[in-house]
Design a protein. Structure first.
Length: 321
């Protein structure tokens, strides 16, 4: 059965034509769903003119990455797909990108999530790692991860892969849930990967599956979007780490640890954060207002760690922000 490819367009029309042209080479391997995220550009016209069949889902309001992709993931589950592939608009795939992920997943059932290694968007040689890949592979190496090879595949086990090119085994989604709208954007795929690991499955970056990814073009475009990115990244980091605690007592210590790290990040402009220090209070206020959602995330993590199946009522936590 083809893989269901989920692409979210938030006025990303300028990127879509190139993305679709690359997918056209594997039109028999994929069914593409584009979520037109309250678009007011030419996204739908580009989809209609694409050299492959595309289903367009329209949203009446502007949603985050998690809520948009969940529309597609629910569809994939209802229609009996085996795998879903989350793909950003500002990407290009190779003819073997999707098939290598599928073949790896089928021959390695212990992996629940895999992702493609990412190349520089303009690199026609497909050999130059982009910034995310360089940073992530270096970080994996510092954590002790080593390249593994078998049956023509080369991969690195890691704690997450980026949602720009992420393949999910949908049977696993029925056990651990989908993406969480409470995150909106940032950390939602990291949380999904963590749940995959909690369930006893593994996560891998497959080095023999490659995409070219521009990355960050939206939030880098102006100061207001950069500040919005910083706000969400800091707030969602708080949600992610505190909800991952093994006990309620540990949640308190995690709260102070994350608080200290984020204060240093803002003051010393780490991780490209340029949010003014005086706006950090808004980050904390938003995080503490999400206390109920943090407890829901924590509750679900405990269910998964116990080996039980997550009830459908906890498949996605929170409302879109």
């Amino acid at each position: 059965m083809p893989v269901l490819v989920s692409i979210v367009s938030t006025n990303d029309g300028p990127w879509l034509t190139s993305c679709f042209d690359s997918l056209a080479a594997i039109r028999d391997q994929v069914n593409v769903v584009v979520v037109a995220n309250n678009c007011d550009d030419n996204t739908e016209e580009i989809c209609a003119a694409a050299p492959l069949n595309i289903t367009v889902l329209r949203t009446a309001t502007r949603l985050g990455f998690a809520a948009c992709n969940n529309l597609t993931l629910h569809r994939a589950l209802q229609e009996g797909y085996e795998y879903a592939f989350l793909l950003n608009p500002d990407t290009r795939v190779r003819p073997d990108t999707v098939s290598s992920l599928v073949e790896f997943m089928r021959s390695h059932p212990e992996f629940g999530i895999t992702g493609s290694v990412q190349m520089e968007y303009g690199d026609e040689t497909w050999t130059q790692l982009n910034e995310w890949s360089r940073v992530t592979l270096d970080h994996a190496a510092t954590l002790g991860a080593q390249q593994k090879s078998s049956d023509g595949f080369t991969w690195i086990e890691h704690y997450y892969v980026q949602g720009a090119a992420l393949m999910l085994r949908l049977k696993l989604a029925e056990r651990i849930g989908l993406l969480d709208p409470v995150y909106g954007t940032f950390y939602e795929e990291t949380d999904l990967c963590r749940r995959c690991l909690f369930s006893g499955h593994k996560v891998a970056i497959l080095l023999t599956s490659r995409v070219r990814h521009y990355g960050g073009g939206n939030w880098k475009s102006n100061l207001a979007k950069h500040h919005r990115r910083d706000f969400l990244m800091l707030r969602n980091s708080f949600l992610y780490y505190v909800s991952g605690a093994k006990s309620r007592a540990h949640m308190a210590s995690e709260t102070f640890r994350v608080l200290g790290n984020e204060i240093r990040t803002v003051l010393f402009h780490r991780e490209d954060v340029i949010l003014p220090w005086w706006r950090y209070g808004q980050v904390l206020w938003s995080a503490f207002r999400s206390a109920k959602d943090i407890l829901q995330l924590y509750k679900r993590n405990r269910i998964i760690r116990s080996g039980a199946v997550v009830p459908e009522s906890l498949w996605a936590v929170g409302t879109d922000t």
